[in-house]
Design a protein around this ligand. Sequence first.
Ligand code: ADP
Length: 426
Amino acid sequence: MAVRLGCIADDFTGATDLANNLVRAGMRVIQLIDVPQGGAEQPLDADAVVIALKSRTTPASDAVAASLRALEWLRAAGAEQIYFKYCSTFDSTRAGNIGPVTEALMDALGTDFTVATPAFPDNGRTVFKGHLFVGDVLLSESGMRHHPLTPMTDSNLVSVLGAQTKRPVGLIDHSVVAAGADEIARRVETLRAQGVGAAIVDAVSNDDLVRLGAAVKGLPLVTAGSGLAIGLPANWGFEPSPAAAELPAPGGHQAVISGSVSSATNGQVREFLRGGRPAFRVDPLRVAAGEDVAGQALAFAAAQLAEGPVLVYSTEAPDAVKDVQGHLGVAEAGELVEQTLARVARGLVELGVRQLVVAGGETSGAVVQALGVTGLRIGPQIDPGVPWCAAALPGGDTLHITLKSGNFGGPGFFTTSFDRLDGETA
Ligand code: ADP
């Protein structure tokens, strides 16, 4: 077993999304949270490794440094091709970070050409004539134009990437992509001869991504959203197979921690409560008043865990959240809740929970850090983009965990996810 593909993702949930796509295309995948301190254990038992960074909105020089550290680690682990993964809405500022990171990786790899495409048709992200569409509208007309950190006001990715790079940026348009892998490869050679360093590639369907995947076989570096992942594993002979998603057999108690306040998560909490299942609500105002709310949640859970999944949640409807934020401040309320739920997660694991559902992107980060989890083996998909994972706890036990960001998952997610785990492994 050798690592074929080494991936550098600019945020955590994006990393999981990529890992999930690679697993579904037949690769066995490990996701690492940040670059490990030591070198790679040899040989690593995975076909692909995804390193999750937090480099999307950091200063460009920090993003470059972190990405180069990840590159070094992945090459030492034996990766034959590098995949720089960014958001399918090409989230970046005018200063970067997609362009500077791409060029730094090219320089380090000694390559003069790469491709760039955030296309992910399954999620409504398509690229045509170099313009990115989000659903039916151009990126610049989508909600992304108002993003607080990375407002995207230009849909023309050739100009967006061109403004972030020293190298000329070109286009491989859909007529070429539709003509097949050989035609794409020929266009790559033409652009390369013209001195183009990176080419935006059109893709409006999964077939386009599969053709592109075949054409970029052997390129040292590809850059993309998570969509291109469906087209790469075949280059090493991988085919979709349930074996790629195999995890160790699950054991222990089951619990759900929810710190997301998105509407999908509100629905999932309501559905869980409707089933009459045990649930403990974390009230941020009581935490702020100095009550030991985490301790109360754990005492509640301890009495119930033997009967089935227990939910601990701070999830509230938007009005109630605004009210809390008005009292405590937005950042302070968030931090207080995250720290409380992280303590609850640690306590639940001490109580014997070994199957854990976590809802909320920031909440997931806090929980994973509190548990000392540094890597995840990616298992079967529960709902689109959300897989079960297996993590080694510092004591050596295995924890099955799924990290669901905001609006992912169907209404029954907090119970059906456990059924899915029992059905897939064992
Ligand atoms: P999502 O993926 O849905 O955005 P996150 O966990 O990333 O979820 O973000 C939710 C944020 O809201 C976190 O910082 C969390 O601590 C905070 N939060 C959760 N519950 C409450 C609440 N009842 N009042 C105020 N803030 C909350």
